[in-house]
Design a protein around this ligand. Sequence first.
Ligand code: OAD
Length: 255
Amino acid sequence: MVMEPPAAAVDILSNASTVAVLTGAGMSAESGVPTFRDAMTGLWSRYDPTELATPEAFSRHPARVFGWYLWRWRAARGALPHAGHRALVDGAATWSTTVVTQNVDGLHQRAGSTDVIELHGSLHAFHCSAAQHPFDVRGLEALPEAEEVEPPCCERCGARVRPAVVWFGELLPAAALERAGQAAAAAEVLIVVGTSAVVYPAAQLPHLARAAGARLIEINPNPTPLSALADVTWCASAGAALPTLFRAATRARTD
Ligand code: OAD
C-alpha cells in the first residue's frame, strides 16, 4: 500500500527552506531500538527508570546500572539507520536541516546527518563519574554480557566510568540545549518525530518554535500532548512517513 502524506504537510515543507527535526525514541524503533513509554515494548514498562537512569541508582547499584547501559551500548552499535534517517540526510541537500535528538544511539550520525544536536548525550561515549575524564570505549568490548557488570575505573582518577548520557535529575548539556533552542526558533518548520513529548526541556522546543512562527508537523503513530498544537499530525511511523513526505515535498518544489 502506498502511503500518501497529508497535503498540508507537503505544502508546509515544500514552501520552507529551514527545517528543524526533533526526534525521540520512536525514530529509532524501526531500527530495533526499543522506545521508553510504549505500553508493551517500551523500556520503562519493563524497567524502573529510578533504578537505572539516575545518579543515585548508579551510586547504589553501579554494576546493575552499568550492565544495563553496556547492553544498550551493544544494541546501539548493532542497530542500523532506516529509510527515515536516510530521508533526513537526503533532505539536507535541499533544506537547511538541523536534527535535535533525544536519542543517544547515534543513528542520525550513522545515517550521515551532519548537523545533529544530542540533547540527552550519547551512548557511544563513556567518561568517569568524577571529572568526566574520557574513557576509551574499546575497553568495553571485552566486558561480559551480563545483567550486572562492575564499571571499569578511570585510569586518571580511579572514579567509576559511566555512559555520557543525561540521567534524570541531571542538567542537559548547556551548549546543546542553547543550540537546540536557536534551531527551533530559526526554523520555518519543525518536524517532531517519535517522541511522547513529555520530557522537558526537550518537549518545550516545539512550543518555542511555534512562538517564533514555525509550522509544526508531527509524525507519530499515537497522539501526544503536542498533537493539538501541531499544524499537521500524521499518524504514521518514521520509517514510512519521512521518505514519503520528503519525496513529495521535493516534487512539489520542482513542479
Ligand atoms: P518515548 O518512549 O516516551 O516515546 C516514544 C514515542 O514514539 C511514542 O509517542 C510512540 O508513539 C512513538 N513511536 C513508536 N514507534 C514509532 C515509530 N515507528 N515511528 C514514529 N514514532 C513512533 O520516547 P521519548 O519521547 O524519546 O530520556 O522519551 C524522551 C526521553 O524519556 C528519552 O530521551 C529518555 C526517556 O526517559 C532519558 O533517558 C534522559
